[in-house]
Design a protein around this ligand. Structure first.
Ligand code: ZN
Length: 150
């Protein structure tokens, strides 16, 4: 595993729409392992492909540093309720603010071996997933932050 450099706001790569993963090969596994290590090293709870300069629809999430999730080509197929979340981002250092997110979501995604799975998430886990999946479409939390916090 190797730590990768995290792109910060102002870098165009954070504003691009990522491509779907079509090959579930060893390179994908290496990327995911590196992302996990990079996230842990940076004390983050999630990391998405573009943040390490890779325009692929991949994200890693760890709400508590213990449970660990990998998402490839994730889609939120259901969402309900709302919650106000205080967010920050490894790519936007020094900024935090409140963002409205769904309270519960259902995600369909693939694992690193290409196996499809469904995950139901709520609260903080749902919050992180929404934040990370936004990165895959070039969206940062500051775009959605309530103006009072800007
Ligand atoms: Zn982020």
């Amino acid at each position: 595993m190797a730590k990768r450099i995290i792109a910060t706001n102002g870098n165009d790569i954070l504003r691009k729409r990522c491509r779907e993963v079509t090959e579930f090969d060893d390179r994908l596994g290496v990327l995911l392992d590196d992302m996990r290590e990079t996230m842990i090293d940076a004390d983050g709870v999630g990391l998405a492909g573009p943040q390490v300069g890779v325009l692929k629809r991949v994200a890693v999430v760890s709400p508590d540093g213990y449970d660990f999730y990998e998402f490839i080509n994730p889609i939120i197929v259901k969402s309900s309720g709302t919650q106000l979340c205080r967010e920050g981002c490894l790519s936007v250092p020094g900024v935090s603010g409140e963002v409205e997110r769904p309270k519960k979501i259902e995600v369909v995604a693939y694992d690193r071996y290409g196996k499809r799975f469904t995950l139901k998430a709520e609260g903080f886990l749902a919050n992180i997933c929404c934040h990370e999946f936004d990165h895959l479409d070039g969206i940062l939390f500051i775009d959605k932050m309530r103006s009072a916090d800007k």
